[in-house]
Design a protein around this ligand. Structure first.
Ligand code: FA5
Length: 348
């Protein structure tokens, strides 16, 4: 058989196959056509393959190559038809397209209520002259406890009340020592008061900062508690700062954030790093919710960071961001803030 004749037969088959596959209307037609063209026993391509044996030996490589290309062309036409039948409606959709139909409203995302709260708190305190300071979430005991006048026997340091990352005397990072190395344990900070220390260590007085961020405590989750939550810490150090300044700032903040009518009360309390100390409550529904703690910076804290307590005085406060956010948006259970249910979140 002449080579030309063989090649022409193959081309004819490929063209006819492409046209037939392009016009099949359903899956059974497609399958019947596939068997007719590509069937292993009696398929037309198989039939043409017999011609290959009759081509002169010198032409066989070219004939064989063309045969394989033809087979590929037919298989491609089949795959295309299969794809077309599997995703119907493309052509149909184009013809049904109605340019006058109203479009789909694009779904806009928005910031999580906690992020919105953090931004607003920064704004309010910014207007009151407080700069924003940052601190790490993984802390050492000096910043989380010692410099804050919390001695080793204090219950707040109990390993069961904190998320320690590794035991005392053991460095998680082998470079830093390994078992037995004399390193202070690290923990996830349990309060943002750590940032007070970091700021005072690096800045001479006067200081006027807020710091907002995550803190961690193994608390059981309920309507007002979560094991990971956010605090806003405030620190003001200057000369002649008094408790009256602290109460004024907190009252001004509360009326800016929660409204003029919100009632705030201060209850005597105790924190190792402030003296005197108060707990700050906000009125909500028929009762009071604890918003945070505050007080006048203890002289021992000033000494720990190299400030002279005879020269400076200051106040500090730490408020729970989830509770402020909940009060503001009327959220009755702070656990809802962490479920990431869009139906809940999109309300705010
Ligand atoms: C403190 O953390 C002190 N560092 C606050 C402070 C700072 C006092 C500076 C004096 C000077 P306390 O443990 O009470 O205090 O926590 C402060 C606030 O964080 C609470 O009033 C509450 O609003 C919030 N809070 C505490 N635990 C949780 C929790 N598990 N989930 C959500 N919010 C919490």
């Amino acid at each position: 058989m002449a080579l030309d004749e063989f090649l022409a037969e193959l081309d004819q088959l490929a063209e006819a196959a492409a046209a037939s596959f392009a016009s099949v209307g359903d899956a059974s037609e497609l399958e019947a056509l596939r068997v007719k063209l590509l069937g292993a026993k009696n398929g037309q391509l198989k039939g043409l393959q017999k011609g290959l044996a009759r081509v002169a030996a010198a032409d066989k490589p070219q004939a064989g190559k063309h045969f394989n290309q033809t087979k590929q062309r037919i298989e491609d036409a089949f795959a295309l038809a299969e794809q077309r039948l599997e995703s119907p409606g493309t052509d149909q959709a184009a013809s049904d397209f109605d340019a006058t139909e109203p479009g789909l409203r694009p779904r806009l995302g928005h910031l999580h209520p906690i992020t919105q709260t953090i931004q607003e708190l920064k704004d309010i305190f910014g207007r009151l002259g407080f700069r924003v300071a940052e601190g790490p979430e993984i802390e050492d005991e000096r910043h989380n406890f010692e410099a804050l006048n919390i001695d080793p026997s204090h219950p707040a340091r109990d390993p069961l009340d904190n998320f320690y990352l590794h035991a005392a005397g053991y460095a998680a990072d082998p470079e830093a020592g390994g078992p037995g190395a004399d390193v202070s344990p690290w923990l996830l900070r349990s309060q943002t008061s750590t940032v007070q220390i970091r700021v005072m260590e690096n800045t001479p007085p006067p200081v006027r900062i807020v710091s907002l961020g995550r803190v961690y405590r193994p608390d059981t989750a309920d309507a007002t508690h979560y094991p990971m939550f956010h605090q806003i810490e405030g620190l003001l150090v200057d000369t002649d700062v008094t408790m009256a300044d602290l109460k004024t700032i907190l009252r001004v903040f509360c009326s800016s954030y929660l409204g003029e009518e919100v009632e705030v009360r201060f209850r005597p309390s105790f924190f190792p790093f402030t003296e005197p100390s108060v707990e700050v409550d906000m009125q909500w529904q028929d009762g009071w919710v604890e918003m945070g703690g505050a007080g006048m910076v203890d002289p021992n804290v000033f000494r720990a960071v190299g400030y002279d307590p005879d020269q400076v005085t200051g106040f500090a406060f730490g408020l729970g961001v989830e509770r402020l956010c909940a009060r503001r948006f009327g959220i009755t259970d702070i656990r809802d803030l962490f479920k990431n249910d869009v139906r809940f979140l999109q309300q705010f």
